[in-house]
Write a protein that binds this ligand. Structure first.
Ligand code: NAP
Length: 388
C-alpha cells in the first residue's frame, strides 16, 4: 500500500493522528477495513481488503472515507476498554470520526445527497467504526463538511467537539458571561470546549501543558495554567459556573469541585460505567456504577451545592451543524499532529500510545514532586513543632 503523505500540520502538534483512506469505487459490497480481532497492543490491528459492507438501514448513509482520526477511545478499546460490551461482538472496526463523500443513501435520508462532502462521528458504542474505505453512519450523525477545511482537518473535529458540546450545551447549559474552567484544554475535547465556550461569550480558564499555552490563549482562553509546573489552586483566581474535567482523576476532581460556585456544574469525561462493567461484568458493574454516580451526586449536592455529572459523547445534529458553522467561520479547529496511510494503522496507534504514556509520566512526575514538597513542608512543620 502506498503511503499517501506524512506531515506535521499547524500550529503545534496535539492530540490527533489521522489516517487518510479512500478508494475510487462508488458502490461496494466489500472494502478495505482495519479489524480488531482481539484486544491487545497495536500489533493486533489487521488491515483486510475484503470486509463486507452491510446493507444500509432506512436512515443510514454510506460514506466513502477520505480521512478518519484516532481518538483515545480507539486505543483504549483496542486495549480492552469496554470489553464487557465488545468482547462478544469481536471482530470490531475501530474509529469514530470520518470525513469523506456520500457514496449511497438509504430510502428515508432527506438532507444529504450522493457525492456531497460530509463529516461526522459515530456513537462511542458503535461496532462498525470508521477505519474503512466505506463507513456507515446515520443521517443525524453527519453534516456537510465545512468547505474551508480539508478532509484531514475535518475528520479531527466531530467526536471531540460533540463531546464538548454535549457537556457545555446539554449538561451545563453555559451562557454568555459565565466562567468556565476546562481541565485539560490542550487535548482535543478540551480545546474544542474552549472554542465553543468562547463563541458563546464565556470567560474561560484552562489547565494544559506548557506547549499548549500559546494555542489555548490564541483560541480565547483568558488564563492558561501549566499543569506540569504550576499549583493550579494557588494560581487560579475566583470561582467558576462550570468545570469540564477531561482528565477526571481524583486530584483534578477535587480541584474542580473546590473551584465551583454553588449551583455550578462539575462534568467529568471519565465516567466509570465501562470500567466497572469490565471489572465485575455488566450485571454487577452497571448497577454499581449507577449507585456510585448517585452517591457522588448526592454528596456533592449536599456538601457543596453543585451538580456532578459523568458526560459522554452523543450524536446531536443541531450540535454538529453549529460545529460546522463555527469551523467554517474559522472559530473552531483541532490541530492535526501527523497523518498516516491506512496501511500504517499500527504505527499510528503506537504513536498515540506513546504520547499518552509521555503525558501520563509528565503528570505523574509533577504529582510526585508535589507529594515530596508536601512531605518536606510537613516535615519542617513537625520539626518546628518539636522545637517549640
Ligand atoms: N466520555 C466520553 O464520551 C469521552 C469522549 C471523548 C474523550 N473522552 C476521554 O477524554 C479524555 C480526553 O480526550 P481527548 O480526545 O481530548 O484526548 P487527547 O486529545 O489525547 O488529549 C489529551 C491531553 O490531555 C492533556 N493532559 C493530560 N494530563 C493532564 C492533566 N493532568 N492536566 C491537564 N491536561 C492534561 C495533555 O495536554 P497537553 O498536550 O497540553 O499536555 C494531552 O495532550 C480521554 O481520556 C478520552 O478517552 C471521553
Amino acid at each position: 500500500m502506498r503511503v499517501l503523505k506524512s506531515r506535521s500540520v499547524k500550529p503545534r502538534p496535539i492530540s490527533k493522528l489521522l489516517m487518510k483512506v479512500g478508494s475510487s469505487r462508488c458502490y461496494v459490497s466489500s472494502c478495505r477495513a482495519v479489524l480488531l480481532p482481539r484486544f491487545g497492543g497495536p500489533e493486533v490491528l489487521e488491515l483486510r481488503s475484503d470486509v463486507p459492507v452491510p446493507d444500509l438501514k432506512p436512515n443510514e448513509v454510506l460514506v466513502r472515507a477520505r480521512a478518519v482520526s484516532i481518538n483515545p477511545l480507539d486505543t483504549r478499546m483496542r486495549s480492552g476498554y469496554g470489553r464487557s460490551i465488545f468482547e462478544p461482538l469481536l471482530p470490531l472496526i475501530l474509529g469514530r470520526d470520518v470525513s469523506g463523500e456520500v457514496a449511497a443513501i438509504a430510502a428515508s435520508v432527506k438532507s444529504l445527497k450522493v457525492g456531497q462532502e460530509v463529516f461526522g462521528a459515530l456513537h462511542p458504542t458503535a461496532v462498525r467504526g470508521t477505519y474503512a474505505d466505506y463507513a456507515i453512519l446515520s443521517e443525524d450523525e453527519l453534516s456537510p463538511k465545512p468547505a474551508s477545511v480539508t478532509h484531514v482537518e475535518a475528520s479531527a473535529i466531530p467526536f471531540a467537539a460533540l463531546t464538548a458540546w454535549r457537556a457545555l450545551k446539554s449538561t451545563a447549559r453555559i451562557a454568555e458571561g459565565q466562567r468556565l474552567l476546562v481541565i485539560g484544554g490542550g487535548g482535543a475535547v478540551g480545546f474544542a470546549a474552549i472554542q465553543l465556550a468562547v463563541a458563546v461569550g464565556c470567560h474561560v480558564s484552562t489547565t494544559c501543558g506548557n506547549r499548549s499555552i500559546n494555542r489555548v490563549m490564541a483560541a480565547g482562553a483568558e488564563q492558561a495554567i501549566d499543569y506540569t509546573a504550576e499549583d493550579i489552586e494557588a494560581v487560579i483566581k475566583g470561582k467558576f459556573d462550570a468545570v469540564l474535567d477531561t482528565i477526571g482523576v481524583a486530584e483534578t476532581e477535587r480541584i474542580g469541585i473546590n473551584l465551583l460556585n454553588r449551583g455550578g456544574h462539575y462534568m467529568t469525561l471519565q465516567g466509570e460505567a465501562a470500567a466497572l462493567s469490565d471489572r465485575y461484568g455488566l450485571p454487577i458493574g452497571l448497577p454499581v456504577a449507577t449507585a456510585l454516580l448517585l452517591k457522588k451526586r448526592i454528596q456533592y449536592l449536599y456538601s457543596y451545592g453543585i451538580e456532578y455529572s459523568w458526560t459522554y459523547m452523543r450524536a446531536d445534529s443541531e450540535g454538529l451543524h453549529e460545529i460546522r458553522r463555527l469551523t467554517e467561520a474559522g472559530k473552531l479547529n483541532i490541530p492535526v499532529e501527523k497523518t498516516f496511510s491506512i496501511s500504517q494503522v499500527r504505527e499510528a496507534h503506537e504513536a498515540k500510545d506513546k504520547k499518552t504514556i509521555l503525558v501520563f509520566l509528565a503528570c505523574l512526575l509533577y504529582t510526585r514532586m508535589l507529594h515530596i514538597m508536601w512531605e518536606f513542608c510537613r516535615c519542617k512543620h513537625s520539626v518546628s513543632c518539636r522545637n517549640l
